[in-house]
Design a protein around this ligand. Structure first.
Ligand code: IPM
Ligand code: MG
Length: 371
């Protein structure tokens, strides 16, 4: 198979984690006989510095011409605490989501037994945690009219949803639930918000077409609590843009490290794959960031191409590094490996199709401590 992949390295640790994914994809290509061709585009603070725009038109064209997009991370502290900044890195990502109509953001939440001790949640609650958040990504308060009064003392963000916007992401979520444990939870705030009441109505109507899926409804404040006290109850969680942003960060800590979790954003055009972590500027360029969120995003990309055995080879390699302690500093502050070393070990596993028992003795791997 030949695939064109648009790569947006982005800001902070984006470039270094994405490089590991490219290495991994190339190893997969070699082992399974595929060719991946990469084209590069700018976005975020990096793009502002180089072009003045957080999303140059060239990048949109590169993305539209590709079969998938691999994206690193976005954001830079120099914009975060300046409420008057006219251009912001994040505008690039929001614009790209809108231009490509990436209306569904899929964030799988799972845990690895070897990392249970890192989770703020007790190990017994983490058993059987395996759910997927479907976050609507191109509507709601993120994209509503924004106003600031002339005296600058009153501000508003409009939250609007149409039934059609709710339907398209809901169908995807229901179809996904059919392939899993057949349970869908709509998270909303229907006791207060009109948009949430529309979500409930539309989801109830659609549910009739998926009679094998059990649907329940949960207010977002309760959902935030349930994710902590009983996360194993969830299968597919469907929610609007803003609630999805918040609960997916919350859910990500269950796994023990924010650096581990991948995501896919899909819609009518090219799909985009990115780790859910941010740009982590303090770690940029230090070769210490966890590349697994990006590498597992590449696995989601391979699934998207229909390459399920290839995706499994990536996930098996990742699981092997975790179970053998070949991990970055966020996971083990004492015995840890560099970003590039973890990338190399994953490739090593893919290339040799190792059985999970082998340990690498490669002295050039840059590990800080021999385990
Ligand atoms: C995310 C991020 C983005 C969002 C930011 C960077 C605009 O937090 O992908 O979750 O809020 O959607
Ligand atoms: Mg977020």
């Amino acid at each position: 198979m030949e695939k064109k992949i648009a790569v947006i390295l982005g800001d902070g640790i984006g470039p270094e984690v994405t490089q590991q994914s490219i290495k991994v994809l190339n190893a997969i290509g070699k082992r399974f006989g595929h060719s991946f061709e990469y084209s590069y585009g700018l976005m975020g603070a990096d793009a502002i510095d180089k072009t003045g725009s957080p999303l140059p038109d060239d990048t949109i064209a590169t993305c539209l011409a590709a079969d998938a997009i691999l994206f690193g991370a976005i954001g830079h502290p120099k914009y975060d605490n300046d409420p008057t900044a006219k251009v912001r890195p994040e505008q690039g990502l929001l614009k790209l989501r809108k231009e490509l109509q990436l209306f569904a953001n899929i964030r799988p939440i799972s845990t690895y037994h070897a990392l249970h001790h890192l989770s703020p949640i007790k190990s017994k609650q983490l058993k059987h945690v395996d759910f997927v958040i479907f976050r609507e990504l191109t509507g709601g308060i993120y994209f509503g009219k924004k106003e600031l009064s002339e005296d600058k003392n009153t501000a508003s963000d409009d939250c609007t949803y149409t039934a059609a916007e709710i339907e398209r992401v809901s169908h995807l979520a229901f179809q996904y639930a059919q392939k899993r444990k057949k349970k869908l939870t709509l998270v909303d705030k229907a006791n207060v918000l009109e948009t949430s009441r529309l979500w409930r109505r539309v989801v109830q109507e659609i549910a009739a077409q998926y009679s094998d899926v059990t649907v329940d409804y949960m207010f977002v404040d309760n959902a935030a609590m349930q994710i902590i006290i009983n996360p194993a109850q969830f299968d597919v969680v469907l929610t609007e843009n803003m609630f999805g942003d918040i609960i997916s960060d919350e859910a990500s800590v269950l796994s023990g490290s924010l650096g581990l979790l991948p995501s896919a954003s899909v819609g009518n055009k090219t799909a985009l794959f990115e780790p859910i972590h941010g740009s982590y500027p303090q770690a940029a360029g230090k070769d210490i960031a966890n590349p697994l969120g990006s590498v597992l995003s590449s696995a989601m990309m391979l699934d998207h191409f229909g390459l399920t055995a290839e995706a499994k080879a990536v996930r098996d390699a990742v699981a092997w590094t975790l179970s053998h302690g070949f991990v970055t500093k966020d996971i083990d502050p004492i015995n840890n490996y560099a970003t590039t070393a973890v990338g190399d070990l994953i490739i090593d596993h893919i290339e040799r199709n190792a059985d999970g028992e082998r340990r690498s003795n490669n002295a050039s791997l840059n590990q800080s401590t021999i385990i």
